[in-house]
Design a protein around this ligand. Sequence first.
Ligand code: COI
Length: 355
Amino acid sequence: MAEIKFVETKNFKTKPDVSKIGFGTQFTDYMFEMDYNPQEGWHDPRIVPYRDLSVSPANTTLHYGQAIFDGLKAYLHGDKPVIFRASDHMRRLNVSAKILDIPEVPFDVALAGLKKLVAIEKAWIPKEKGQSLYIRPFIFANDDYLGVNVSKNYKFLIILSPVAAYYAHGFAPVKIMVEDTYVRAVRGGLGAAKTPANYAASLHAGLVAHQKGYDQTLWLDGVERKYVEEVGSMNILFKINGEVITPSVEDGSILNGITRRTVLAVAKDWGVPAVERKISIDEVIQAHENGTLEEVFGSGTAAVISPVAVLAYKGKEYVINNGKVGEFTQKMYDCIEGIHVGEVEDKFGFIEAAE
Ligand code: COI
């Protein structure tokens, strides 16, 4: 495996009070960096002082968006830095790479680079519950060229950001607007990749939802506007009549969320039926009307578990569980957060040591 170089800094930043900085606003002293060109492939893995980048105004990513990212989190177990599902996240980065025709990064180098970076930056991992060190690996095309083609050169970076809860109001129920005008992704498109295009596609609808007083949009499928897909920064799960249901990812238009997979694994371990299948918005509304829609919640690395209090659809608001956090949602959040911080036994092998 290629050696990971370490270039030290002498200019250390003052560490912030994480309870005051929200999500993704501050970055640590170092970052991981690696480059790709057709002659050398992925080469020169290194940990270097965090800095601004300089790119050509003709940089292909700025114009055509050939880029991918992922998001994961590190915690302290005692004084040991650990990362939640590090290998699964790095595998998913390569799934996104394939979809965008980006050369896959060597898994062992990427994972070793990630762990080494987190170990070096251990002092940045917040100790408070509900806080963590958010890890953002990303790859972008780095050609200077205005032709529309798959690029030849790429840069892979990992940056770290100490974070509190993703939503400013923390673990509190959110209001979600079911979006039936705009779409995020379609079958055959990029929906399964963590790529900027999917987030760009969500911005306008997100703004409209905010203006109407909602926290997020719930996307429906792009063909029939009938089946529930995801929330954009989270996957979505319903508890209907004792069963947990989340939209299946087989059409390739939904992100195969790692927290979503964690929820399914934990639910099955508890003996709660948990299925991935197509679920239409009409089925959700009908379940609400006949009293079987027990709980709705989102899942994602940034948000962890986010209870949903209200779903708005076609001008009508449907209040879930009287607007309160459901029992199952709370238990799932406590369990996953407990595994994160080492207070709940990790039967699943999700926690990976960084050093
Ligand atoms: C994550 O949950 O890690 C995400 O990528 C969601 C969002 C912050 C883009």
